[in-house]
Design a protein around this ligand. Structure first.
Ligand SMILES: [Zn+2]
Ligand SMILES: [Zn+2]
Ligand SMILES: [Zn+2]
Length: 284
Protein backbone atom coordinates (compact mmCIF):
# COMPACT_ATOMS: atom_id res chain seq x y z
CA UNK A 1 0.00 0.00 0.00
CA UNK A 2 1.09 3.62 -0.67
CA UNK A 3 0.10 4.80 2.80
CA UNK A 4 3.06 7.14 3.16
CA UNK A 5 2.93 8.52 -0.38
CA UNK A 6 1.46 12.06 -0.44
CA UNK A 7 0.16 11.70 -4.01
CA UNK A 8 -1.57 8.44 -3.07
CA UNK A 9 -3.06 10.06 0.06
CA UNK A 10 -4.35 13.01 -1.94
CA UNK A 11 -5.81 10.62 -4.50
CA UNK A 12 -7.66 8.70 -1.79
CA UNK A 13 -8.94 11.97 -0.25
CA UNK A 14 -10.18 12.99 -3.73
CA UNK A 15 -12.08 9.70 -4.11
CA UNK A 16 -13.57 10.12 -0.60
CA UNK A 17 -14.58 13.65 -1.59
CA UNK A 18 -16.32 12.40 -4.77
CA UNK A 19 -18.16 9.78 -2.69
CA UNK A 20 -19.40 12.50 -0.30
CA UNK A 21 -20.82 14.41 -3.28
CA UNK A 22 -22.58 11.19 -4.38
CA UNK A 23 -24.10 10.93 -0.88
CA UNK A 24 -25.23 14.58 -0.93
CA UNK A 25 -26.82 14.15 -4.38
CA UNK A 26 -28.49 10.94 -3.14
CA UNK A 27 -30.21 12.77 -0.26
CA UNK A 28 -30.96 15.84 -2.39
CA UNK A 29 -32.67 13.73 -5.09
CA UNK A 30 -34.44 11.80 -2.36
CA UNK A 31 -35.73 15.10 -0.90
CA UNK A 32 -36.77 16.46 -4.32
CA UNK A 33 -38.66 13.24 -5.13
CA UNK A 34 -40.39 12.83 -1.78
CA UNK A 35 -40.21 16.23 0.03
CA UNK A 36 -39.36 14.16 3.09
CA UNK A 37 -37.75 16.33 5.79
CA UNK A 38 -35.49 13.47 6.95
CA UNK A 39 -33.75 13.53 3.56
CA UNK A 40 -33.35 17.31 3.82
CA UNK A 41 -31.77 17.01 7.28
CA UNK A 42 -29.22 14.53 5.95
CA UNK A 43 -28.65 16.51 2.72
CA UNK A 44 -27.71 19.53 4.93
CA UNK A 45 -25.04 17.52 6.72
CA UNK A 46 -23.71 15.86 3.56
CA UNK A 47 -23.26 19.14 1.63
CA UNK A 48 -21.15 20.49 4.50
CA UNK A 49 -19.05 17.31 4.32
CA UNK A 50 -18.73 17.32 0.53
CA UNK A 51 -18.09 21.06 0.11
CA UNK A 52 -15.80 21.07 3.17
CA UNK A 53 -13.66 18.28 1.71
CA UNK A 54 -13.55 19.98 -1.70
CA UNK A 55 -12.45 23.28 -0.12
CA UNK A 56 -9.80 21.46 1.93
CA UNK A 57 -8.45 19.80 -1.22
CA UNK A 58 -8.53 23.07 -3.19
CA UNK A 59 -6.88 25.03 -0.36
CA UNK A 60 -3.72 22.88 -0.66
CA UNK A 61 -3.02 24.73 -3.92
CA UNK A 62 -4.77 28.04 -3.14
CA UNK A 63 -2.63 28.80 -0.04
CA UNK A 64 0.47 28.34 -2.24
CA UNK A 65 -0.46 31.50 -4.18
CA UNK A 66 1.97 34.34 -3.39
CA UNK A 67 0.92 37.31 -1.19
CA UNK A 68 0.05 40.57 -2.93
CA UNK A 69 0.15 44.23 -1.94
CA UNK A 70 -3.51 44.08 -0.95
CA UNK A 71 -3.41 40.57 0.54
CA UNK A 72 -0.26 40.51 2.64
CA UNK A 73 -1.09 37.10 4.12
CA UNK A 74 -1.71 35.77 0.62
CA UNK A 75 -4.71 33.45 0.40
CA UNK A 76 -4.28 31.86 3.81
CA UNK A 77 -7.64 33.10 5.06
CA UNK A 78 -9.37 31.33 2.16
CA UNK A 79 -9.86 28.11 4.11
CA UNK A 80 -11.19 29.95 7.18
CA UNK A 81 -13.46 32.19 5.12
CA UNK A 82 -14.98 29.27 3.25
CA UNK A 83 -15.48 27.23 6.38
CA UNK A 84 -17.34 30.17 7.98
CA UNK A 85 -19.56 30.47 4.88
CA UNK A 86 -20.11 26.72 4.95
CA UNK A 87 -21.18 26.76 8.59
CA UNK A 88 -23.64 29.62 7.81
CA UNK A 89 -25.08 27.54 4.92
CA UNK A 90 -25.30 24.52 7.23
CA UNK A 91 -27.27 26.52 9.84
CA UNK A 92 -29.63 27.93 7.17
CA UNK A 93 -30.26 24.44 5.77
CA UNK A 94 -31.02 23.10 9.24
CA UNK A 95 -33.44 25.99 9.87
CA UNK A 96 -35.08 25.16 6.51
CA UNK A 97 -35.39 21.52 7.63
CA UNK A 98 -37.13 22.62 10.85
CA UNK A 99 -39.47 24.92 8.86
CA UNK A 100 -40.54 22.21 6.43
CA UNK A 101 -40.87 19.50 9.07
CA UNK A 102 -43.09 21.50 11.47
CA UNK A 103 -46.32 21.36 9.34
CA UNK A 104 -45.86 17.56 9.23
CA UNK A 105 -47.18 17.39 12.82
CA UNK A 106 -50.72 18.27 11.65
CA UNK A 107 -50.69 16.80 8.13
CA UNK A 108 -52.75 13.66 7.54
CA UNK A 109 -50.69 12.40 4.57
CA UNK A 110 -46.98 12.04 5.27
CA UNK A 111 -44.23 12.31 2.69
CA UNK A 112 -43.01 8.90 1.56
CA UNK A 113 -40.01 7.65 3.57
CA UNK A 114 -39.11 5.21 0.75
CA UNK A 115 -36.52 7.47 -0.94
CA UNK A 116 -34.93 8.26 2.43
CA UNK A 117 -34.49 4.50 2.93
CA UNK A 118 -32.75 4.20 -0.47
CA UNK A 119 -30.37 7.11 0.13
CA UNK A 120 -29.69 6.02 3.74
CA UNK A 121 -28.85 2.49 2.56
CA UNK A 122 -26.48 3.94 -0.07
CA UNK A 123 -24.97 6.17 2.62
CA UNK A 124 -24.40 3.26 5.02
CA UNK A 125 -22.71 1.36 2.18
CA UNK A 126 -20.39 4.21 1.13
CA UNK A 127 -19.54 5.75 4.55
CA UNK A 128 -17.35 2.82 5.73
CA UNK A 129 -15.53 3.05 2.37
CA UNK A 130 -14.89 6.77 2.96
CA UNK A 131 -13.65 6.02 6.49
CA UNK A 132 -11.27 3.39 5.04
CA UNK A 133 -10.00 5.79 2.35
CA UNK A 134 -9.27 8.55 4.89
CA UNK A 135 -7.88 6.24 7.57
CA UNK A 136 -4.29 6.97 8.63
CA UNK A 137 -4.09 10.33 6.83
CA UNK A 138 -1.98 12.91 8.68
CA UNK A 139 -3.78 15.97 7.24
CA UNK A 140 -5.90 17.67 9.90
CA UNK A 141 -9.02 18.13 7.72
CA UNK A 142 -9.00 14.55 6.45
CA UNK A 143 -8.35 13.31 9.99
CA UNK A 144 -11.38 15.30 11.25
CA UNK A 145 -13.48 14.01 8.37
CA UNK A 146 -12.48 10.41 9.07
CA UNK A 147 -13.83 10.80 12.64
CA UNK A 148 -16.88 12.70 11.34
CA UNK A 149 -17.68 9.74 9.06
CA UNK A 150 -18.49 7.67 12.16
CA UNK A 151 -20.90 10.40 13.30
CA UNK A 152 -22.46 10.35 9.82
CA UNK A 153 -23.08 6.60 10.17
CA UNK A 154 -24.97 7.38 13.39
CA UNK A 155 -27.22 10.12 11.89
CA UNK A 156 -27.85 7.97 8.80
CA UNK A 157 -28.85 5.04 11.01
CA UNK A 158 -31.26 7.41 12.81
CA UNK A 159 -32.82 8.45 9.47
CA UNK A 160 -33.06 4.82 8.34
CA UNK A 161 -34.63 3.77 11.65
CA UNK A 162 -37.13 6.64 11.48
CA UNK A 163 -38.05 5.84 7.88
CA UNK A 164 -38.61 2.16 8.67
CA UNK A 165 -40.90 3.12 11.58
CA UNK A 166 -42.80 5.47 9.21
CA UNK A 167 -43.35 2.63 6.71
CA UNK A 168 -45.24 0.62 9.33
CA UNK A 169 -46.59 3.52 11.35
CA UNK A 170 -47.12 6.56 9.07
CA UNK A 171 -47.34 9.50 11.44
CA UNK A 172 -46.50 13.13 10.76
CA UNK A 173 -45.50 13.59 14.37
CA UNK A 174 -42.97 10.74 14.22
CA UNK A 175 -41.51 12.24 11.03
CA UNK A 176 -41.24 15.66 12.72
CA UNK A 177 -39.67 14.11 15.82
CA UNK A 178 -37.00 12.23 13.86
CA UNK A 179 -36.18 15.29 11.72
CA UNK A 180 -35.72 17.42 14.86
CA UNK A 181 -33.62 14.75 16.58
CA UNK A 182 -31.34 14.53 13.49
CA UNK A 183 -31.03 18.36 13.40
CA UNK A 184 -30.13 18.46 17.11
CA UNK A 185 -27.67 15.54 16.81
CA UNK A 186 -26.05 17.23 13.77
CA UNK A 187 -25.62 20.49 15.71
CA UNK A 188 -24.20 18.69 18.76
CA UNK A 189 -21.77 16.68 16.61
CA UNK A 190 -20.63 19.77 14.69
CA UNK A 191 -20.45 21.90 17.86
CA UNK A 192 -16.65 21.95 17.92
CA UNK A 193 -16.47 23.14 14.29
CA UNK A 194 -19.24 25.71 14.92
CA UNK A 195 -17.57 27.28 17.97
CA UNK A 196 -14.11 27.21 16.33
CA UNK A 197 -15.49 29.18 13.37
CA UNK A 198 -17.31 31.68 15.60
CA UNK A 199 -14.08 32.19 17.58
CA UNK A 200 -12.26 32.73 14.29
CA UNK A 201 -14.79 35.41 13.29
CA UNK A 202 -14.21 37.07 16.65
CA UNK A 203 -10.43 37.20 15.91
CA UNK A 204 -9.93 34.70 18.72
CA UNK A 205 -7.60 31.80 19.42
CA UNK A 206 -7.77 28.41 21.13
CA UNK A 207 -5.11 29.55 23.63
CA UNK A 208 -5.69 31.01 27.08
CA UNK A 209 -4.13 34.43 26.47
CA UNK A 210 -4.81 35.65 30.03
CA UNK A 211 -2.70 32.79 31.41
CA UNK A 212 0.11 33.42 28.90
CA UNK A 213 0.18 37.15 29.66
CA UNK A 214 0.27 36.65 33.41
CA UNK A 215 3.07 34.07 33.20
CA UNK A 216 5.00 36.45 30.90
CA UNK A 217 4.42 39.23 33.46
CA UNK A 218 6.08 37.13 36.18
CA UNK A 219 9.35 37.43 34.26
CA UNK A 220 8.69 40.80 32.58
CA UNK A 221 6.23 42.91 34.66
CA UNK A 222 6.37 45.60 31.94
CA UNK A 223 4.49 43.41 29.46
CA UNK A 224 0.88 44.42 28.72
CA UNK A 225 -1.79 44.41 25.98
CA UNK A 226 -1.04 40.95 24.61
CA UNK A 227 -3.28 40.00 21.66
CA UNK A 228 -3.15 36.63 19.90
CA UNK A 229 -5.24 35.56 16.89
CA UNK A 230 -5.07 33.03 14.11
CA UNK A 231 -5.14 33.94 10.43
CA UNK A 232 -5.18 30.23 9.62
CA UNK A 233 -3.48 27.09 10.91
CA UNK A 234 -0.15 28.33 9.49
CA UNK A 235 -0.20 31.92 10.84
CA UNK A 236 -0.64 32.64 14.54
CA UNK A 237 -0.18 36.38 15.07
CA UNK A 238 0.55 38.25 18.33
CA UNK A 239 1.07 41.86 19.31
CA UNK A 240 2.39 42.95 22.70
CA UNK A 241 3.41 46.20 24.40
CA UNK A 242 6.45 46.42 26.72
CA UNK A 243 7.48 49.38 28.89
CA UNK A 244 11.23 49.98 28.70
CA UNK A 245 13.70 52.27 30.45
CA UNK A 246 13.58 55.68 28.79
CA UNK A 247 17.27 55.63 27.92
CA UNK A 248 17.49 51.95 26.87
CA UNK A 249 19.06 51.25 23.48
CA UNK A 250 17.75 48.74 20.94
CA UNK A 251 20.78 46.53 21.61
CA UNK A 252 20.03 46.49 25.35
CA UNK A 253 16.40 45.58 24.71
CA UNK A 254 17.17 42.86 22.16
CA UNK A 255 17.69 39.95 24.69
CA UNK A 256 14.29 40.73 26.27
CA UNK A 257 12.61 40.99 22.88
CA UNK A 258 14.12 37.65 21.86
CA UNK A 259 13.07 35.95 25.11
CA UNK A 260 9.46 37.12 24.74
CA UNK A 261 9.48 35.98 21.09
CA UNK A 262 10.90 32.56 22.05
CA UNK A 263 8.33 32.21 24.84
CA UNK A 264 5.41 32.89 22.45
CA UNK A 265 6.84 30.56 19.78
CA UNK A 266 6.20 27.74 22.27
CA UNK A 267 2.49 28.58 21.88
CA UNK A 268 2.68 28.48 18.10
CA UNK A 269 2.99 32.26 17.61
CA UNK A 270 5.08 32.66 14.46
CA UNK A 271 4.50 36.34 13.70
CA UNK A 272 5.05 38.66 16.66
CA UNK A 273 4.89 42.44 16.64
CA UNK A 274 6.44 43.84 19.82
CA UNK A 275 6.22 47.51 20.73
CA UNK A 276 8.50 49.13 23.31
CA UNK A 277 7.10 52.14 25.14
CA UNK A 278 8.78 54.69 27.44
CA UNK A 279 7.83 53.98 31.07
CA UNK A 280 6.80 57.60 31.63
CA UNK A 281 3.63 56.69 29.68
CA UNK A 282 2.79 53.82 32.02
CA UNK A 283 -0.87 54.75 31.88
CA UNK A 284 -2.82 52.27 29.76
ZN1 LIG B 1 -2.46 29.00 6.05
ZN1 LIG C 1 -21.54 14.60 7.98
ZN1 LIG D 1 1.13 50.00 25.82
Amino acid sequence: MENGNPAGRKGRAAIANALYWVLFLGFLLSFISSRNALSMALASDRIVDAAGMTIALASYSIVQLPPTGRLTYGYHRFESLSSVLLIMAFILLLIYTVIISTPEIYSSRIHSPLYTIYSSALSLLLLPMIALLLHGDENLTTKTMSVHTLQDIFTTALALGGSLILIFYPSGFVLFLFAIVIVIVSIVMNWGVLTRNIRLLMEGTDLNTVEIESSLKQKFPMVHHLHIWDVCKHYRIATVHVYAANNASLLELEPMRREIDDYLIKYGVNHLTLQFEPSQWMKH
